[in-house]
Design a protein around this ligand. Structure first.
Ligand SMILES: [Zn+2]
Length: 366
């Protein structure tokens, strides 16, 4: 796939335009001037559409509707076959929120440095600061917090201030957590998704949904709730919800399963060189990098090479099994687009089985 293909650049521009519009807070009420990214993307989309003698969206709101009504594969563009799943959209067809695919495309397509997203920059900065203090515990505690505390009420804020060993990372914390605005409340009530514990989107009439593809509508029912009276709520911004927190939840789930079969699993060792380190007998260690994007090709495009494979005995990139349910060709697509650093790509089930075998004295993985 040629990332400099103008069609792919345009798809990335439209995705970034939608993200910029979403930051305006109320898509229904936004007014001129639109964010510059949105106007530019619209202009390019109109030109491209007219060239194909198709009907272009007439305005920025029209572009949003266009992205809600049309799957990406049905846009008047020539896109690499198989890159986008049939039916996948940037704006949820039913409820109008931006999909995970939109943020993945905004990160991966039409940018000069797809491996240097805003999220990567934040994590790099965090690692550097913790390294300078020689404080690996602060690094892993911070990463765990983003997974386990996606929503902070007053009590959670006090815990962070007084109990967690985060030292002087306050500014990093408040760069990634935002006050939850009124878009997340239904008549003063906020609810968490029972699947990922992030705030659920209110749909009215006491119906809620989760923005994550991994959470069905049913799991929203089992989450916690807060009312306006309990003081302001803070939650992670969308980039960190999607690319850091939910990915980290997959890391912790795998760590729990590895511990359950008798392995020792350490999340985010060495300031995040790996997402997980598996410690076996005789000092053997394996490093795990978790790959948890919906679109396998875009995941590959943005995946960074692993710099220090020599510090562990084996390295795996691990994809949660549920990603393969949605896309059975996930592993081969990721291999085709990912870095050529020789690191094996396997599912969580496979790494679990291999670890179990390695725990048996003289076993297959020993
Ligand atoms: Zn969820």
């Amino acid at each position: 796939m040629n990332l400099n293909d103008p069609n792919l650049e345009l798809v990335g521009d439209v995705a970034r335009a939608l993200v910029a519009l979403d930051a305006v807070k109320d898509l229904a009420a936004f007014h001129l001037p639109y964010p510059a990214e949105a106007q530019r993307a619209l202009d390019r989309l109109v030109l491209r559409t007219l060239r194909d003698r198709a009907a272009p969206p007439a305005s920025v709101p029209g572009m949003v509707t266009f992205c809600q009504e049309r799957p990406v594969v049905d846009w008047p563009l020539t896109l690499p076959s198989g890159l986008f799943a049939p039916g996948s959209r940037f704006v949820d067809e039913e409820y109008g929120y931006l999909t995970e695919l939109c943020f993945e495309a905004a990160t991966a397509l039409g940018t000069a440095f797809p491996r240097e997203s805003p999220v990567d920059t934040m994590l790099d900065d965090l690692a550097k600061r913790c390294q300078a203090r020689q404080d690996a515990a602060a690094y892993s505690t911070f990463r765990r917090m983003l997974a386990e505390s996606p929503v902070l009420d007053n009590e959670a804020v006090s815990t962070i201030n007084f109990e967690l060993p985060l030292g002087l990372l306050d500014d990093v914390i408040w760069n990634v957590y935002r006050k939850a605005d009124e878009r997340w409340a239904d008549r003063g009530l906020y609810r968490a998704c029972g699947g990922c514990s992030h705030l659920a989107i209110p749909l009215g009439a006491d119906e809620w949904c989760c923005e994550s593809d991994k959470c069905g509508e049913d799991v929203v029912e089992s989450g916690g709730s807060w009312t306006d009276d309990e003081g302001p709520l803070h939650h992670l911004d969308r980039w960190h919800r999607q690319f850091v927190s939910r990915q980290a939840q997959a890391v912790l789930r795998l760590a729990g399963r590895l511990e359950a079969v008798g392995a020792k699993a350490e999340p985010w060792p060495r300031f995040g060189t790996y997402d997980l380190q598996i410690l076996l007998s005789h000092g053997r260690t394996w490093g795990i990098r978790m790959v948890d994007w919906g679109n396998a090709a875009l995941a590959g495009v943005t995946e960074r090479p692993i710099d220090e494979p020599s510090t562990v005995d084996r390295v795996y990139r691990v994809v949660p099994g549920e990603r393969l349910l949605a896309d059975p060709g996930y592993l081969s697509t990721f291999r085709a687009f990912g870095p050529a650093d020789g690191v094996e790509v396997v599912t969580d089930e496979e790494v679990l089985r291999t670890t179990e075998a390695a725990l048996v004295p003289g076993g297959a993985g020993a």
